[in-house]
Design a binder for this molecule. Structure first.
Ligand code: NCD
Ligand code: ZN
Length: 344
């Protein structure tokens, strides 16, 4: 296959940030995707309908003229989230979903939830109104090894939650383990998962062998090879439970290349190209459209995009460094050559 024409895809998980960097980042995503689920972990976070509506307007102001792109906003859940406010945000179309960050799990998650049982009322309300819950699925207990935090989250938090609220639509975000794949496969149709390109390409050796590579560090952290292979099998399996979510998370170069480097990989500039490399290697190009453009909207209960895009086989050199409206950021696959590009 030399080219591929598919429905315009959506990105079901990414970070746009705010201010000048956001203005630099949004065009990369809007060029490739019709919609994106925008994460609310700003500082301070997007915790109310009013903040969500204001952030949406700032993003829309950063979309280049003539480009059709819709940001889908999420509400950052805290111990004090007001169920009435997020239900109002959902009903009025400001929020598409709410995001659960266990407190301290990742970048800007300090205001996250300390104990999921504090959210019982909020989650019951979300289940009632059909508002999806996006979950960063890692425990933060200090006694749990960072490589085990996702598997332990399934056992301690996610499985009990799904048993308590079987009606709640849950997206297990950026899954990184075979355990997560088994959990999602074994759950009902209300449980889906996003998979990032970095977790399809990298295992933990890629991050730690031959020197520590801060640009391969994100959370949840890449795991052993057997987990990467399980994720590749899940993404290309044809199961409707898995969909595209880049988790593109820009950080300035110096914040990554530091004694205490930030978690996050900026993959937005070549997002489709990096996923296509995987589907090509797995001989599953015929399954890419479902993963990129169909499974996500169907899970969220949103219409499929009508526009089409074409991708073609061609060598694309990824720059070593990008000037993102004044912030220097090292993109995913920096310096490498990828084998597909977006046509037109
Ligand atoms: C994300 C960020 O930088 O906001 N970082 C990351 O490693 N993925 C937060 C997140 O999604 O965990
Ligand atoms: Zn994220």
């Amino acid at each position: 296959m030399e080219s591929l024409t598919i429905r315009r895809p959506d990105d079901w998980h990414l970070h746009f940030r705010d201010g000048a960097v956001m203005h630099g980042v949004v065009p990369y995503t809007a060029r490739q995707f019709a919609r994106a689920i925008v994460m609310p972990n700003l500082s301070p976070p997007v915790t109310t309908t009013a903040l969500g509506a204001a952030y949406r307007d700032r993003i829309l102001a950063a979309v280049p003229q003539g480009v059709d792109f819709t940001p889908l906003m999420t509400c950052y859940l805290t111990d004090n989230t007001d169920a009435g406010d997020i239900a109002h945000g959902f009903a009025s179309g400001v929020f598409t979903a709410a995001k659960l960050y266990p407190a301290g799990a990742t970048t800007n998650s300090d205001s996250g939830v300390t104990d999921i049982r504090r959210l019982d009322q909020v989650l019951e309300r979300m289940a009632e109104i059909g508002m999806p819950l996006c979950i960063h699925g890692e425990v933060t207990d200090h006694d749990v090894d960072v490589f085990d935090r996702e598997a332990v989250f399934i056992e301690r938090t996610l499985a009990p939650l799904v048993a308590r609220l079987p009606q709640l639509k849950v997206i297990f975000e950026h899954i990184t383990t075979e355990d997560a794949v088994q959990f999602v496969d074994g759950s009902g149709p209300g449980i889906g998962a996003t998979i990032t390109p970095q977790h399809l390409h990298l295992n933990r050796n890629a991050m730690l062998v031959g020197g520590i590579r801060p640009h391969a560090y994100c959370l949840p952290v890449a795991k052993r090879e057997k987990h990467r292979l399980a994720l590749r099998a899940a993404a290309t399996s044809g199961s409707t439970k898995y969909f595209l979510g880049t988790d593109s998370a820009p950080h300035a170069r110096e914040a990554k290349e530091s004694a205490c480097g930030c978690a996050g990989i900026f993959n937005a500039p070549f997002a489709l190209e990096t996923y296509l490399a995987v589907f090509d290697e797995e001989r599953a190009l015929d399954r890419f459209e479902a993963f990129a453009s169909e499974n996500g909207p169907r899970f969220y209960g949103l219409p499929l995009n009508e526009a089409r895009i074409s991708l073609e086989r061609a060598e694309v050199k990824v720059p070593e460094l990008l000037d993102v409206n004044g912030t220097m950021i090292v993109p995913f696959h920096a310096g490498e050559t990828l084998g597909w590009r977006l046509a037109g």
